[in-house]
Ligand binder design. Structure first.
Ligand code: URA
Length: 274
């Protein structure tokens, strides 16, 4: 990487609110490469991001990494959900800000053992400012509370943390664009790193793509354990997909996935699902 590219990255991260770099987990940036798995220990040292030197005039405007969706792998030391929300501010980093009413950040327990990641807010979420509060959200609540209750597991929706890949509603509920996912994905990365859950559940293809950068469909990936930066991750169907009347089989499969996920998350004797 050239000094100019380093300078551009520093500016990009600074714009996203990151003011310190974690030296021990500093990634080697390779455009399009999968995100590296950080080593779990020891406690890293950090350095403040210096004010970037002004760019030579002939050099074009710095661009955020584009194309493949690879979430940047930097989080400030001692990050918290409150700090991340503060850094998001009244975000205007992508075009979704033009049509949104609310920034739908996430809700639930900051120390949750399980995080659900959806695609992006719909109309109800945009109106109310909270994730999964519309029809799909009601089904998600039933899926969590119902599955846990059936197996007498002490888990309810409020014990989990719920968020989305993008924090602003895409117009007409379209799928978020790669640049929207990449820009907002930085904050998702920080949310997950701050919470450090025991497991993550990716709801649907967009969340799976953002977190795993996999080209596989949900049908192929669901039910099998994957990893996001070392954290066990399960992909399952998005509740909106399950709301369609003909998806009876998919519903059964989603329930099977959640049972597997919950049993692992609540079993204190297991640190690894396999
Ligand atoms: N669908 C999502 O992906 N997220 C929400 O918050 C609501 C519906």
């Amino acid at each position: 990487m050239t000094a100019e590219q380093v300078r551009q990255y520093l500016e990009y991260y600074k714009d996203l609110g990151i003011t310190h770099l974690n030296l021990s987990s500093m990634p080697v940036f390779t455009a399009g490469a999968p995100a590296p798995v950080p080593s779990p220990a020891p406690v890293p040292s950090s350095v403040p991001i210096p004010a970037a030197a002004p760019a030579p005039k002939a050099i074009s405007t710095p661009k955020a990494p584009t194309m493949e969706i690879v979430l940047p792998t930097l989080a400030p030391v001692g990050d918290t959900l409150a700090k991340i929300r503060e850094d998001i501010g009244d975000c205007k980093r992508c075009g979704l800000c033009k049509t949104r009413k609310s920034i739908v950040y996430g809700s639930g327990d900051e120390r949750a053992r399980l995080v659900f990641v959806g695609e992006g807010p719909g109309a109800d979420e945009d109106e109310q400012g909270f994730p999964f509060v519309g029809r799909a959200g009601q089904l998600l609540t039933q899926m969590i509370d119902g599955t846990a209750a059936k197996d007498s597991l002490p888990l309810r929706r409020e014990d989990c943390y719920i968020c989305n890949v993008v924090k602003c509603r895409p117009p007409e509920n379209r799928t978020p664009l790669p640049d929207e996912m990449e820009i907002c994905g930085q904050f998702l990365f920080r949310q997950l790193m701050a919470i450090q859950p025991k497991a993550i559940c990716a709801l649907g293809a967009t969340a799976a793509k953002a977190l795993l950068n996999s080209k596989e469909g949900v049908t192929k990936m669901r039910g099998n354990w994957q990893r996001w930066h070392g954290i066990p991750l399960m992909v399952t169907y998005h509740p909106s997909y399950l709301l369609r009347a003909y998806n009876v089989e998919a519903k059964k499969e989603a329930w099977t996935d959640l049972r597997k996920l919950f049993h692992f998350v609540l079993d204190d004797t297991k640190v690894d699902p396999e």
